[in-house]
Design a protein around this ligand. Structure first.
Ligand SMILES: [Zn+2]
Length: 285
């Protein structure tokens, strides 16, 4: 009896908490996930890659010369004008290499911010995922853009690339992606970086931008630097000097990075965790 009463009291208390919770305490991913139109006005890139938002975002068309966007239902084809321009330039560069084009994965939401699934970053319109498999020559129907899978380029059960899946087309694609102006980092699976490090490039400077990271074996992730015009955008520290092909990369082939985490998962970001200007972006017309 006492237990039942306690439970009822507890449930009532939780209900009051939920009803009384201001928007600033709600998970920001719910608030930003509901936004399907950009905040009007000039572009404003606010905060940092994993804690921020964007006003005045623009949408990448579903198709263009040398690209097709995937997973259209997610409505994550939004970003800064610089990011859209970057994707167009990459598609063009890849075309000049004789490749049909690129499959574009997630960019960001209409007003940026945290997402309900998939990414900690991609919040300020400067991140994009590009699939590693070649774009087919024909237009992919929208339904297949939902169901087609990105294909891992690793040999099954290893951390090394499969040469049948990671060849000249993929090497050129990543080279072009890292070389274009404005790129701060390109996240790739350690095996991808290792195979690119093994090549005798005339100019190795792009290799430093390739950052080994978890996953990223069926796509790579391009992160642009803050646009010069965005005063409220917070850059990451620049990548260390050098090609990053030595001890830093070797670490990823030890067991150390793959130990289960001992720290509890952090709670979802709330509006209060984001820069104040993101509240204005969320409420803007
Ligand atoms: Zn990504």
């Amino acid at each position: 009896m006492a237990m039942t009463l306690l439970r009822i009291l507890a449930a009532a208390f939780i209900t009051i908490l939920m009803l009384g919770s201001p928007a600033s305490a709600q998970p920001a991913r719910d608030l930003f996930g509901e936004m399907h139109q950009p905040a009007a006005g000039p572009e404003m890139v606010i905060g940092s890659y994993a804690k921020g938002c964007i006003g005045g975002a623009v949408q990448l068309p579903t198709d263009g010369p040398g690209w097709q966007a995937m997973r259209l239902s997610r409505d994550r084809r939004w970003g800064s004008a610089e990011l859209v321009q970057y994707i167009e330039s990459l598609a063009q560069a890849v075309g000049q290499d004789g490749l049909p084009g690129i499959l574009v994965g997630d960019m960001g939401q209409a007003r940026g911010g945290p997402m309900a699934s998939g990414h900690a970053s991609h919040q300020i319109g400067l991140d994009v995922d590009i699939w590693l498999q070649p774009m087919p020559n024909q237009t992919i129907p929208a339904s297949e853009r939902e169901s087609l899978s990105a294909i891992s380029v690793l040999k099954a059960g290893t951390r090394e690339v499969d040469p049948a899946l990671f060849g000249e087309a993929q090497r050129l694609l990543i080279y072009r992606a890292a070389q274009l102006p404005g790129v701060a980092r390109v996240f790739v699976a350690p095996g991808i970086k290792r195979s690119l490090c093994a090549i005798n490039w005339r100019d190795r400077s792009f290799l430093g931008k390739l950052r080994p990271w978890y996953g990223h074996d069926d796509h790579f992730h391009v992160r642009l630097a803050c646009p010069a015009t965005s005063q409220s955008c917070i850059d990451q520290s620049p990548v260390p000097a050098g090609d990053g092909c030595g001890a830093d990369l070797d670490y990823w082939f030890t067991d150390a990075p793959y130990q289960p985490s001992t720290s509890p998962p952090s709670p979802p970001l709330t509006l209060a965790d984001l820069p104040n200007a993101c509240t204005a972006v969320l409420r803007a017309n």
